[in-house]
Design a protein around this ligand. Structure first.
Ligand SMILES: [Zn+2]
Length: 154
């Protein structure tokens, strides 16, 4: 969870050099932790929130992530990786388990719909994004174990 907790010098945000934690009112003069939506917190308070949000995001992802269309077949004989030059030039899409995962995610699940309205600055939304992405990957891995056997279940 600490990946979500980045201290920000109070001076960078508040000219006065102080701000009170939105949750516990502790006066912060050194570092604050932001929820990305204008909220300032002390570390323990944001840590507690992140823990709640992670649980909530996982629940949400389990309840809402769906494979929406039958998954296409993957043919390992067609496997293809563009050369760096081809890639640079935007020529030929890769045909690999990774590329297949991305195609399935965008075209055969409700991933795009679920993340459409997430706000990249919001810490809660970033946590939700990660939970949705992980859940979609888990569903696809389960559905196509023969293709994604090398993928780690997140
Ligand atoms: Zn606090």
């Amino acid at each position: 969870m600490s990946e979500w907790l980045n201290p920000i010098p109070v001076d960078d945000v508040f000219d006065e050099g102080w701000v009170d934690c939105d949750a516990c009112d502790t006066r912060l003069t050194d570092e604050l932790y932001s929820d990305g939506c204008g909220g300032s917190f002390c570390r323990p308070c944001l840590e507690a929130l992140v823990e709640e949000w992670e649980a909530e995001a996982r629940r949400y992802a389990v309840e809402n992530c769906r494979i929406t269309q039958e998954l296409p077949e993957y043919d390992p004989d067609q496997e293809y990786r563009p050369t760096p030059e081809e890639y640079e030039a935007g020529m030929r899409d890769a045909y690999t388990p990774n590329a297949f995962m991305a195609k399935c995610r965008h075209e055969h699940t409700n991933y795009d719909a679920l993340i459409r309205d997430l706000y990249p600055m919001s810490l809660f939304d970033r946590i939700a994004y990660q939970a949705i992405r992980a859940r979609i990957a888990a569903l696809l891995i389960d559905a196509k174990l023969d293709v994604f056997y090398e993928f780690d279940e997140v």
